[in-house]
Write a protein that binds this ligand. Structure first.
Ligand code: GLC
Length: 525
């Protein structure tokens, strides 16, 4: 991968939980803008802002009712301009979130489409007659539970929604949908944004015949969760259709004029499936690699996933440590101090790979999921008993005191019973041994590893079971995901340049690596 994003580190801002400047309890663009110096100092290069567009907020902004505006709760278009200008002054690039698979049901396009079968924009969405029994046209299910179809009484047809009924899917076979989105890209590029994170980038195009998806092992039990039902289908007809790349080829031409990047949320769990999105010079510049945030703290498994992912996408992958849709890394890896220690070690491992590691806000503080009663995320609201995404979305604790420096008002979502003053950014800033300062040291060290950045290929090393180790350029990176200290034999005398935990040393061509620690050793080139 070449371009300004080569060697970059990304940072995801989930705007509504990041920083609230106006005291209404919801994070906003002016709040994010105030924190830009903190991010520059942390050592990241690119920020990604989650959707701030006008939206009924049925899915917290991923239901857009105007693609070229800003919701009042987040600020104004002028606030985007100010944020982008400040970011650029600080040497940060800005990606914004594009949600092209679906709009809000309140978007004027959908209002027009649903008004009559003869509406100008009827075919901007996917409408079908009921099946002979009156039910939905096929067996596709919504990611958020229930069928992927809702019957519209007014016009007597079903419309498709891979997510909520409030998020009708656009029909990407329609040329006017395509031109509308090219104009949206241009609108934001003209305002100076440096690229887009593309929401559900693997889903825009569907099987033209809308055929049923096959069940992998037969239909699931009646009490299966939405996630289980979703996983029981082999999504060969609703997701990952090769023709989706035609859209990105068009967008790539637009992006090229602005030296901007397109990073897809290609939420597919087989690394090999990512290849076609990023190969060549005319698809996406990069794709998020989600298999890496599904893996447990298990050395052989981590190695397998990383090795397959690098083989599939090379330096065109973005490596999410956590996200607003999944449990945080510290939680996934066991929680408590151990979980945070492992999350730091994992970040260091991802940071040594080709491609762009992405920190999710709060990862730099070693946060676990906030312990809150599930109640805001539509997945939890609509599916009693299902695990929602609220735990990963609780507001950032910036400073001790009420509102944790996030807000002077009532936060839209609780911080979590497991938050305390010691976790706040301010407390950690003052403590050299904190997670925050460890992440700062890691990113500063990574930046200086010129031999690492110069090398695109990775050589995997066979070492002790539990240790994941590879060589890239003149750097050997090793992560001990086993349950005891390990010794890694080095191919040559090397110098320990970074370790995420104490008691790590190099002696007589051996790296002594405690459990849950990643080390970088510089070897003679
Ligand atoms: C993506 C977003 C998620 C959202 C979904 C529907 O997966 O990351 O938060 O709910 O798309 O837009």
């Amino acid at each position: 991968m070449t371009g300004w994003w080569e060697g970059a580190v990304g940072y995801q801002i989930y705007v509504r939980s990041f920083a609230d400047a106006d005291g209404d309890g919801v994070g906003d663009l002016p709040g994010a803008r105030e924190r830009l110096p903190y991010l520059a100092d942390l050592g990241v290069d690119v920020i990604w802002l989650t959707p701030f567009y006008p939206s009924p907020q049925a899915d917290h902004g991923y239901d857009v009712s105007d693609y070229t505006g800003v919701d009042l709760v987040f600020g104004s278009v002028a606030d985007v301009d100010h944020l982008v200008a400040d970011a650029h002054r600080l040497g940060l690039r800005v990606l914004i979130d594009l949600v092209p698979n679906h709009t809000s049901d309140r978007h004027p396009w959908f209002a027009d489409a649903r008004a009559s079968r003869d509406s100008d924009r009827r075919d901007w969405y996917v409408w079908r007659d009921p099946a002979p029994d009156g039910g939905p046209p096929n067996n596709w299910v919504s990611h958020f539970g229930g069928p992927a179809w809702t019957f519209d009484e007014v016009t007597g047809q079903y419309y498709l929604h891979l997510f909520l009924p409030e998020q009708p899917d656009l029909n990407w076979d329609h040329p006017e949908v395509r031109s509308a989105f090219r104009r949206i890209l241009t609108f934001w590029f003209d305002r100076g944004v440096d690229g887009f994170r593309i929401d559900v980038a693997h889903a825009l195009v569907k099987d033209p015949g809308l055929r049923d998806d096959p069940w992998i092992d037969g239909p699931p039990a009646d009490d299966a969760s939405p996630q289980e039902v979703f996983a029981a289908l082999d999504h060969v007809h609703d997701l990952d259709q090769p023709a989706v790349l035609d859209i990105y080829r068009e967008w790539r031409q637009v992006a090229r004029r602005y030296d901007a990047v397109l990073v897809g949320e290609v939420y597919l769990l087989r690394p090999e499936a990512l290849t076609r999105y990023v190969e060549g010079r005319d698809g996406l510049h990069a794709a998020f690699c989600f298999p890496v945030l599904k893996v447990d703290w298990d050395g052989p498994r981590i190695r397998e996933i990383l090795q397959r992912s690098v083989a599939a996408g090379g330096d065109r992958l973005a490596w999410p440590l956590s996200s607003h849709d999944d449990p945080r890394a510290a939680t996934r890896f066991g929680g408590g101090p151990t979980g945070s220690r492992r999350a730091l070690a994992y970040l260091a491992l991802l940071c040594a790979l080709p491609g762009v590691p992405f920190i999710y806000q709060g990862d730099e503080l070693g946060l676990e999921d906030g312990e809150v009663a599930a109640g805001a995320d539509p997945i939890a609201v609509r599916n009693p008993g299902a695990t929602g995404r609220d735990g990963a979305r609780t507001p950032i604790p910036w400073a001790p005191g009420p509102g944790y420096g996030f807000t002077t008002g009532e936060p839209w979502l609780g911080f979590g019973a497991n938050r305390h003053d010691g976790l706040t950014m301010l407390a950690q800033d003052a403590d050299p041994g904190s997670h925050l300062n460890a992440v700062r040291r890691l990113l500063a060290c990574r930046r200086g590893l010129t031999g690492l950045h110069a090398a695109a290929t990775v050589q995997w090393l066979d070492t002790t079971p539990g240790v994941v180790a590879f060589r890239r350029g003149d750097v050997l990176a090793a992560c001990n995901a086993g349950d005891r200290s390990a010794v890694v034999t080095l191919p040559a005398d090397g110098e320990l340049v970074h370790a995420t935990g104490g008691d790590t040393r190099v002696e007589d061509r051996e790296l002594h690596l405690p459990a849950d620690v990643t080390a970088y050793v510089r070897l003679p080139s």
